[in-house]
Design a protein around this ligand. Structure first.
Ligand code: SF4
Length: 492
C-alpha cells in the first residue's frame, strides 16, 4: 500500500496519541454522527432494504466464487469495445504499467478521480518519482493533497479537518500547485467550493490524461461505473484524450442488472442520498466522444490470497461505502490515521492485514482495533460479518498462523503483550479437548469460588484493572445438566 503509511506505529500507539487530540475528536464526532443519522433515515425509507442487502451479498459471493470466469469475460468485453486490459499482480507492477502508459502519451501531468485502488498502490508517489504530477480533483482529496496530509476516511478523506483549517490550507498552498485562492477567502462552504472549482478548472481543461478507479465493472459488456457527488469525476472521465482506470479485481459484477441493487444500497449507505448526483458509465472508446484511448489495469495486490481464506474472503464484498466507519466507536475516537492504511475503520481492520500479509506490528494490531460491538455488521450493505473476520484474524495473530501471499508463506507477528494470551489459548484448547479434566477443574473452581481473587496478579493485572472477572457459579453447568436431565452427561 501507499508508502506514505510506511513506518507508522502500531494501532494502540497511534490511537493513544490521536484520542488526546480534542480538535480531531470534535471534528470526527460531529461528522460521523451527522452522516450516520442521515444514513439511518435514508435506509429506513426502503421497505425492502433487508432484501437488497441480501441480494448484494449474493451477487458478490457468486461473482467471487466464479471470479476467474468473470475476469476473462470482462477482458474480452473491454477489448471488443476498444479498450486495452493490463494485469497487475501487485502495487509495483501496477505503478510500472501506469507510469509507462502516461510516458507513452508524452505528458507529465494527469488529473485523477478519487480512487482507493490508486491510493492503495501509492500511485501518486510512484508517478512523482518519475517526474509526472498527479492532481487530485475530488474536493476532499484536493484538501489532503494541498495539505501534504493523508486521507483518514474512505468517503470523506479530509474528515479530520474543519472549515477553518481548510481555508488556511487553500490560502497557503493553492498558489504552489496552480491558481491561488481568491483574496479574502473565508471559511464559508460556498466560498471554499468556489475556490476549489476555479483552481481545478484550469487543470481539467489542460490535462490530456485522466486516471480513475471504478466502483463496479460489468463483465458482460466491459462497462466501468464511477459514482460521485461533485462532477469532477465526470470531467476527468470525458475531457482527457487518454483514460487509465486502475481497479481491484473484486469490483466485478456479472451483468448490468446487478447494478440495480448496488446503485440503491451504495448511495444510501455512503452519502445518505437516494441516488448519486453523478453516475458515469463508459464502455471502451468511441470515435466521437470522450477519451480516444482507454486502458484498464486489473489489480490483484493480495486479493486472490484473501479469496483463499474461507472466513476472510467476505471482506472482498466491500463496496467502500464507509458506513461501518461512521458507526464505529473506535474510529470515532481514534480517527483514520491510526489504522496506518488507506483503508481505515472496521473494514480496514480486516482488509489491510489480509491484503498486505506482512509481519508488521501494525497489521498484527489491526484486528484488535475493535470492541466487537457489531455496529459495523448491522449497517454493512453487503452484510460483511466484520466481527467474525476480526476474531478469525485475532486467532491467526495469536497462533502465528500462516498467511500466504503469492505462494509465499508469511507469518503475522503477534503484537507485544500477546504471549500471555497465546499461553491462555493453548491451555483452553488442552482443557476443551480433555473433557474429564475440564469437568474436574470446573468442580474444583466451584468449590473454591469464595477464595477467588477479584483481580489477576502479575502481568494480568492491567487487564483486570478495567474489567471484572466473571463470578464462578456454585454448580457447574454439566453437573446441573446431569442432575436435571436424568443422569445423561452429554459431554461424555
Ligand atoms: S465493509 Fe460494508 S459498511 Fe464497511 S465500507 Fe465495506 S461495504 Fe461499506
Amino acid at each position: 500500500m501507499s508508502g506514505t503509511y510506511l513506518g507508522m506505529p502500531a494501532f494502540p500507539e497511534a490511537a493513544h496519541d490521536a484520542v488526546r487530540d480534542r480538535t480531531l475528536r470534535a471534528n470526527l464526532r460531529h461528522a460521523t454522527h451527522t452522516i450516520r443519522d442521515k444514513r439511518a433515515r435514508a435506509v429506513a425509507e426502503l421497505d425492502d432494504w433487508a432484501r437488497l442487502r441480501e441480494a448484494g451479498k449474493q451477487i458478490k459471493d457468486h461473482t467471487l466464487r466464479h471470479l476467474e470466469h468473470y475476469l476473462v469475460q470482462l477482458e474480452e468485453s473491454v477489448t471488443a469495445a476498444g479498450g486495452t486490459v493490463h494485469w497487475a499482480a501487485d502495487a509495483a507492477e501496477a505503478n510500472r504499467i501506469v507510469t509507462r502508459l502516461v510516458r507513452e502519451t508524452g505528458e507529465s501531468e494527469v488529473v485523477k478521480v478519487k480512487s482507493m485502488a490508486t491510493q492503495e498502490i501509492g500511485l501518486n508517489e510512484a508517478l512523482e518519482a518519475e517526474g509526472i504530477h498527479a492532481y487530485e480533483t475530488d474536493l476532499a482529496e484536493l484538501i489532503v493533497q494541498l495539505g501534504d496530509d493523508r486521507p483518514s476516511h474512505i468517503l470523506v478523506p479530509a474528515i479530520h479537518r474543519n472549515r477553518g483549517e481548510i481555508r488556511d490550507i487553500f490560502r497557503e498552498r493553492m498558489g504552489h500547485w496552480g491558481r491561488p485562492a481568491p483574496e479574502g477567502l473565508t471559511d464559508t462552504p460556498a466560498e471554499l467550493a468556489e475556490a476549489a472549482r476555479l483552481h481545478l478548472r484550469e487543470k481539467f481543461l489542460r490535462a490530456k490524461v485522466g486516471i480513475s478507479g471504478a466502483n463496479f465493472m460489468v463483465a458482460e459488456t466491459g462497462t466501468l461505473v464511477v459514482v460521485e457527488s461533485e462532477g469532477n469525476g465526470r470531467m476527468c472521465l470525458t475531457l482527457p484524450e487518454t483514460l487509465i482506470s486502475v481497479v481491484g479485481i473484486e469490483k466485478i459484477v456479472p451483468a448490468w442488472q446487478d447494478l440495480e441493487v448496488f446503485l440503491q444500497t451504495l448511495p444510501r449507505s455512503s452519502t445518505a442520498e437516494r441516488m448519486n448526483p453523478y453516475t458515469s458509465t463508459w464502455t471502451g472508446t468511441t470515435d466521437t466522444d470522450g477519451p480516444s484511448a482507454f486502458h484498464l489495469v486489473l489489480l490483484d495486490n493480495g486479493r486472490t490470497d484473501t479469496l483463499a481464506d474461507e472466513v476472510g474472503r467476505q471482506a472482498l464484498r466491500c463496496i467502500r461505502c464507509s458506513a461501518c466507519l461512521n458507526v464505529c466507536p473506535v474510529y470515532e475516537r481514534a480517527g483514520g490515521h491510526a489504522y496506518g492504511s488507506v483503508y481505515p475503520g472496521p473494514i480496514g481492520a480486516i482488509l489491510s492485514p489480509q491484503l498486505r500479509g506482512t509481519q508488521s506490528e501494525i497489521d498484527a494490531s489491526l484486528p484488535y482495533a475493535s470492541s466487537l460491538c457489531g455496529a459495523c455488521y448491522e449497517v454493512c450493505p453487503v452484510a460483511i460479518d466484520i466481527p467474525e473476520v476480526l476474531v478469525h484474524l485475532r486467532e491467526r495473530v495469536v497462533e502465528g498462523g500462516p498467511v500466504t501471499r503469492r505462494g509465499t508463506k508469511v507469518t503475522l507477528k503477534p503484537a507485544k503483550g500477546h504471549a500471555a494470551e497465546r499461553a491462555a489459548m493453548r491451555a483452553a484448547r488442552w482443557a476443551f479437548t480433555h473433557p474429564a479434566a475440564l469437568a474436574a477443574g470446573q468442580r474444583l473452581a466451584a468449590r473454591t469460588r469464595r477464595f477467588h481473587p477479584r483481580t489477576v496478579p502479575g502481568p494480568g493485572r492491567a487487564w483486570t484493572d478495567t474489567r471484572d472477572l466473571p463470578k464462578v457459579p456454585a454448580e457447574p453447568f454439566r453437573d446441573w445438566w446431569q442432575r436435571t436431565n436424568g443422569g445423561k452427561d452429554s459431554a461424555k
